[in-house]
Design a protein around this ligand. Structure first.
Ligand SMILES: [Zn+2]
Length: 381
């Protein structure tokens, strides 16, 4: 198939700045930064610049390139960061940078060059959101690193320093958006974004993730189904922990049975999609076994939701995805789905593992039952 641009009137606007490559979390045993001495070859930290180099490259040179418009990102001002993060936390990060860097928590290294990249990631995401809010385009993608969805208002976590998506959501609210949904399909629990809006009913945070639980002091949230929000926010944080190996069919079942009806009920004015390719079949940091076909289908669903509820306005924010090759391919497939292209533009070069969604289907059905009895506005879905 050879889709013509007329089949996809919306261009995808990508916000990117090569200064984000200057964040280097170093080498070691996987993400520890530790050299045990007895290994001959230490690997790069999984959140290295190469992963994003390949993403930029496939979008510039791959068949999707003709549907893309590129925009240069910009650094955030310190004052802009206070809309999501505490002043004490931002001062702490600025000081850590001045001091020459620091491991802020397990695997999360603020090294020389990192802070500038953090500011570019936050500022570029804000620019992408503003571009859509101002009506210049409908589909924007913040291709940013370091990632952000684990960064809480006052706590770095999981390779994340500033919550890029959270800052953009707050900008949308401050610009008059009545309610926003954040759908996080990175393989890890979007605990930072959840924490930032946990007490609000006008931001529905949904995280679909591997059932990994809490991973220490920087990540006290469990990501379990009973973390549903506080006070006014009760019922407006929805966690969907899926069993390992959920696969394309398991993810589509969860999208169709849980996420689609919940968003239909919530009726958001704006859709923010937080993506990570670490839910792929080959990612070193995830066990969820998605392939390019699965990402493409999820992209179609998210586009449908944004078309129905937010007049097609959609901000996509990049998070994890650590397999150097497959993350780029899966990103390409994801964006094909978002653009509603009629057929795959790129074949999947490596997917072949069988999948069994039967356990995931049972888990999704149980989550739905839990929502029906626990969350007043989801009784009927
Ligand atoms: Zn992740």
């Amino acid at each position: 198939m050879d889709p013509s641009p007329s089949l996809s009137p919306e261009l995808l606007h990508i916000f990117w700045h090569e200064g984000m490559l200057s964040h280097d979390p170093g080498t070691g045993v996987f993400d520890t930064g530790h050299d045990p001495v007895f290994l001959e070859v230490l690997e790069k930290h999984p959140e290295n610049a190469d992963r994003v180099r390949n993403m930029v490259s496939i979008l510039r040179k791959g068949p999707i390139s003709r549907f893309i418009s590129w925009h240069t990102g910009r650094p955030a001002q310190i004052s802009e960061l206070h809309s999501f993060h505490s002043r004490e936390y931002i001062n702490y990060l600025v000081q850590a940078d001045k001091d020459g860097g620091k491991e802020l928590c397990c695997g999360t290294f603020l090294n020389p060059g990192s802070w500038g990249a953090c500011l570019l990631a936050a500022g570029s995401t804000l620019s992408a959101m503003k571009y859509v809010l101002d009506g210049h385009g409908k589909l924007a993608y913040a291709l940013v690193r370091p990632p952000g969805h684990h960064a809480q208002p006052s706590q770095a976590d999981g390779y994340c320093f500033l919550n890029n998506a959270g800052l953009a959501v707050q900008l949308a609210l401050d610009s008059g958006c009545q309610n926003v949904v954040v759908i996080d399909t990175d393989v890890h629990h979007g605990n930072g974004t959840a924490e930032g809006f946990y007490h609000l009913s006008n931001v529905l945070t949904i995280s679909l993730h591997m059932n990994h639980g809490s991973w220490g002091p920087s990540h006290p949230q469990s990501g379990s189904i009973d973390e549903v929000g506080h006070n006014d926010g009760f019922g407006y944080n929805l966690n969907i922990p899926l069993p390992n190996g959920a696969g394309d069919k398991g993810y589509m079942y969860a999208m169709n049975e849980l996420i689609f009806p919940a968003v239909q009920e919530f009726k958001p004015n704006f859709v923010v999609w937080v993506i990570g390719q670490d839910s792929s079949a080959f990612d070193p940091n995830g066990r969820q076994c998605l392939t390019m076909a699965g990402y493409r289908s999820i992209g179609h669903i998210i586009r449908k939701l944004s078309d129905e509820h937010s007049n097609g306005r959609l901000l996509i924010v990049q998070e994890g995805g650590y397999h150097l090759t497959y993350s780029a391919y899966c990103l390409h497939a994801t964006l094909e789905g978002v653009l509603n292209l009629p057929g795959p533009l790129l074949a999947d070069p490596i997917a072949y593992y069988p999948e069994d969604e039967s356990f995931t289907v049972k888990v999704v059905d149980r989550i739905k039952q839990y929502w029906n009895v626990t969350i007043p506005w989801l009784k009927e879905i």
